[in-house]
Design a protein around this ligand. Structure first.
Ligand code: ZN
Length: 327
């Protein structure tokens, strides 16, 4: 084996000199000091370009509490620094402060100068454009969206569960299964699920295609859409060989007509049909199963679903009794 070629770089998150092996992917290339990976450094590199027109380390950004920013489960490597610089809130799906990007009724519209969503939109339920429509809705006109998701340069998006509706997970001896009752009441069971690291809901629901992402962003009203695929060796951002999954930036076009949130998928043709055979190392499609194992999973899911429902009804009844009793 040949010796790895180590590259010196300045980490644009912590500002310190570090070195990494030349061969890595976007989740690799960790800074020896702050642990930032290529994805985090690429995100902050693009933010620097947007704010200052040039790349400067995050440690040299000027504090400005007039900049209202939000992240969706942003990594602490840069979230803590953004919170010190800006009026920034990091929201989470599974813990406080809560935000479900697919359900933002409680959130004020058009308030944010910056929205960072990094490796989140491959986990939101279909139809996948809703998260993008809501991102548009939350931003101010000319507000910046910084987006990353794992994506390919294939012709279409691999949507693993296009009919996801009322669903749950069942663990049996062989592993975790997904049981889904579609809107047309048909029940389907899937094996060989792909989970991503991290807390909260990390089931992989799709692997985007770049062309699909760019079309959806334009459709919901973003302009100045740019894919940042170049290497920036000085900051240890060596990514061009990834062949996809780059940072995409987009600016809210305040003059665009907002798209209403609908359950209809406007870009359904951008999804591979289920029987398509896709040869790509990022894509591991789940397996639809039937027979004994599937039947047992459905029974278990229905039992748990019913038990949960009975529990909720009992809990609601107890709450109203307490109210009547004035406790
Ligand atoms: Zn660092």
């Amino acid at each position: 084996m040949s010796t790895l070629d180590y590259k010196q770089f300045i980490c644009n998150l912590c500002g310190k000199e570090s070195s990494v092996a030349q061969e890595f992917h976007r989740e690799g290339g960790a800074c020896q000091h702050c642990g930032s990976n290529i994805r985090f450094r690429a995100l902050m590199y693009v933010l620097s370009h947007h704010l200052y027109g040039k790349p400067i380390p995050l440690s040299d950004f000027s504090p400005d509490k007039n900049i209202k920013a939000m992240g969706l489960s942003d990594a602490p490597h840069y979230a803590d620094k953004l919170a010190a610089l800006f009026d920034y809130t990091n929201f989470f799906y599974h813990t406080e402060p809560f935000l479900d990007i697919c359900n933002i009724e409680a959130m004020p519209a058009g308030c944010y100068d910056l929205l960072i969503t990094s490796d989140v939109y491959e986990h939101v339920p279909p139809p996948r454009h809703v998260a993008f429509v809501n991102s548009y809705h939350l931003l101010k006109p000319d507000g910046l969206l910084l987006l990353t998701v794992p994506y390919t340069m294939l012709a279409k998006t691999a949507e693993h569960f296009p009919d996801l509706h009322q669903f749950g997970f069942v663990q049996d001896k062989k592993g975790m299964l997904l049981v889904n009752r579609r809107q047309d009441q048909i029940i389907e069971v899937f094996d060989e699920l792909t989970w991503h690291g991290g807390e909260g809901s990390t089931l992989e629901l799709r692997i985007f295609a770049e062309t699909d992402l760019l079309q959806i962003l334009a459709y919901v009203g973003f302009k100045k859409i740019r894919v940042w695929q170049d290497d920036v060796a000085a900051y240890g951002i060596l990514q061009a060989q990834q062949g996809g999954s780059f940072v995409i930036s987009a600016v809210k076009d305040g003059d665009a007509t907002p798209i209403p949130v609908t359950q209809h998928d406007p870009y359904i043709d951008n999804i591979y049909p289920e029987n398509a055979s896709i040869d790509h190392d990022l894509i591991h499609s789940p397996a639809r199963i039937s027979g004994d194992r599937a039947e047992k999973a459905v029974m278990q899911w229905q039992k748990e679903f019913f038990d949960n429902k009975s529990f909720s009804i009992l809990k609601a009844a107890w709450q109203s009794i307490k109210r009547i009793l004035g406790r």
